[in-house]
Design a protein around this ligand. Sequence first.
Ligand code: GRF
Length: 225
Amino acid sequence: MTKPQTTMFAVRSVDEEYILPRIASLLKPLRVAVLISGTGEGLNALLAHQKISRTHSTKLILSNNSNAYGLIYGNKYNIRCKVVPLPKSTNKDLQRLMHEDLINKELLNSKIELIVLNGYMRVLTPSFVSKWKGKIINIHPSLLPKFPGANAHRDTINAKVTESGCTVHLVDDGVDTGYILAQEKVSINSLDDIKSLQEKIKKVEHKLYPKVIDNLSIGKYHIKS
Ligand code: GRF
């Protein structure tokens, strides 16, 4: 088996618009919120990693979906879990803003310093992002800028490419467009389908993104205090 190829990007060239989280310590770990909508398998990997790596700690699990399986990890690890469903409104823009306002209150209540989007199936508004810019990371199952969006695996398979991977990036106003912190490749063979590609990528992203948070929490990517 070939060694996985990880590329970590130094944030030297990231422009001043991203204000990264403070440098944490064992005594004062970075307070993390993980936003999920589905299985939370990646969340589980992070929580296992945080048992050993103690410069960051998940303090809040937040979901828009009350049926998200990943919510069980709140009980398992004794972490505050909060379901924030979309508020009722016929005005979609207003509904989005009201929803994000509720989420923002939860993040502030839990004194969150870093937001991790892992399978959170909603696009955040520029207004929300501007409050947290540099403190939100997303895990995306392709080698961005290739195959952004909600159907990355399907688009990758349809394109008949021979490699894909995962990307961890800072979130900006666009969809999967923010500054790339790290990527790792997987190879695709002719037998792969959406499901098998998804499994391959999950294996590497579950290892990669906790390491990226390790780095962020000790200021390895720090450009501003
Ligand atoms: C991850 O594979 C990640 O790449 C993407 O969402 C997936 C996690 O979703 N952002 P789920 O919790 O397994 O549904």
